[in-house]
Design a protein around this ligand. Structure first.
Ligand code: NI
Length: 403
């Protein structure tokens, strides 16, 4: 999994303009401050306060407390024009950090293990750059979003009106990505990340003596058949040219080796790219659970919910981001179109509302041991890329607002 990361890739910092390169020490300092004080979803109080301080210092109009802890900054150019939004998520994860670094998390059990500290720092750097370079047409709105890791801050921010007044014409965002080497950008039109759906099911059998099964309904046997059968949804119901995953991640039953379990609990997740499959997995999954339970005389309770839709990039904006990426990172190896992942992201809600593009900014560097995957207690990334992120945003804004 990690081996492809080991290919060293050089960031050509000559492509980053001097005014943005000069921000690098600040970018590192903000990132480390946020890293040391990780905050879970809808608790990003210190993070929002840091953003507030900096935006105030730079004279940037902004609104606090949008969808609880979100912040929205509005930077107007000298001439009227279109509005581009840039989105950065701010939240941390309930993970105990295992890195021994000077900027290690100071909060037990919480950690920025996904790079959102970097996203916030990059967005701050971009705001700082724009505040000093307002010679553009139109408006840039910077959306600092809470709770991406759950329960989801994008939808409440949209409901709070962040895409209006002024109306957003397009939105872009990035994710630092340790599955790609530093110096690369992963971008593609269409689906980039998968829809995330979740389920929880309790099988209600009839317990009894392990040696006298004829008087029982074995919830372990029923759930084992369900787990196996569910894998046939992807194998036999989904178009082989589409991608999907059904994972049962938890299965709990029983208390002793000689007791047939009364009930069994399972939890799992479903992923797919094509929006046409919305509702499809729920219907197939329930039909299979019902069928197996009926055949054994068992009952079941099923909760199924859709967490995030797929992240689907607009073709024209993705093309703009790709051509900017080709100018910023070395090409052609630096731009990676095969960058889809079955991971999910609530950037998808913004992209359902307005055209836009989400992209990956490679942040792994094997020579410095930044190769741990996201959500790992030893996750960390090469901070050199922070300035590259700002340059990507600056060039995308220039291109989009100039058209
Ligand atoms: Ni993330």
């Amino acid at each position: 999994m990690v081996s492809t990361l080991l290919t060293p890739h050089v960031v050509n910092l000559d492509r980053v303009r001097p005014a943005i390169r000069a921000l690098q020490p600040d970018l590192v300092s903000w990132r480390r401050q946020i890293h040391q004080h990780p905050e879970l979803g809808f608790q990003e109080v210190l993070t929002a306060e840091l953003i507030h301080q900096k935006l105030s210092e730079w004279g940037i109009a902004h609104q606090m407390g949008v969808a609880k802890t979100g912040v929205v900054a509005v930077i107007e150019g000298r001439r009227s024009g279109k509005t581009l939004a840039v989105r950065a998520d701010m939240d941390a994860l309930p993970i105990q950090e295992e890195n021994e670094v000077s900027y290690k998390s100071q909060r037990d059990g919480s950690m920025h293990a996904c790079g959102h500290d970097g996203h916030t720092a990059i967005a701050l750097g971009f705001a700082s750059y724009l505040a000093r370079h307002r010679d553009f047409a139109g408006t840039v709105k910077i959306i600092f979003q809470p709770a991406e890791e759950g329960p989801g801050g994008a939808q409440p921010m949209i409901e709070a009106g962040v895409l209006q007044n002024p109306d957003v014409d397009a939105i872009i965002g990035l994710h630092l990505w340790n599955y790609l080497p530093m110096g690369t950008v992963g971008v593609r039109a269409g689906a980039l990340m998968a829809a995330v759906e979740c389920f929880r099911c309790t099988i209600l059998g009839k317990g009894g003596h392990g040696a006298i099964p004829q008087t029982t309904i074995d919830s372990v046997l029923v759930s084992a058949q369900i787990v196996t059968l569910l894998q046939s949804i992807v194998a036999r119901n989904v178009d082989p040219l589409a991608s999907a995953v059904v994972t049962v991640g938890e299965l709990h039953a029983g208390t002793a080796e000689n007791v047939i379990a009364d009930t069994a609990q399972m939890r799992g997740t479903v992923r797919y790219f094509d929006p046409k499959y919305q509702g499809f997995f729920q219907q197939r999954l329930e039909a299979m659970i019902r069928g197996v339970c009926d055949s054994h005389g068992a009952k079941y309770n099923l909760d199924y919910w859709q967490l995030y839709p797929p992240v689907v990039n607009d073709a024209a904006i993705a093309d703009l981001v790709r051509s900017v990426a080709e100018a910023v990172v070395e090409t052609p190896a630096g731009v990676v179109p095969q960058c889809q992942t079955m991971g999910g992201e609530d950037m998808s809600f913004f992209l359902q509302s307005v055209p836009g593009c989400y992209f990956f900014l490679g942040s792994a560097n094997a020579t410095r041991n930044f190769t741990y995957p996201h959500h790992h207690p030893r996750f960390d990334f090469d901070e050199t890329v922070l300035q590259v992120g700002v340059e990507m945003f600056a060039r995308c804004a220039e291109r989009f607002l100039a058209d």
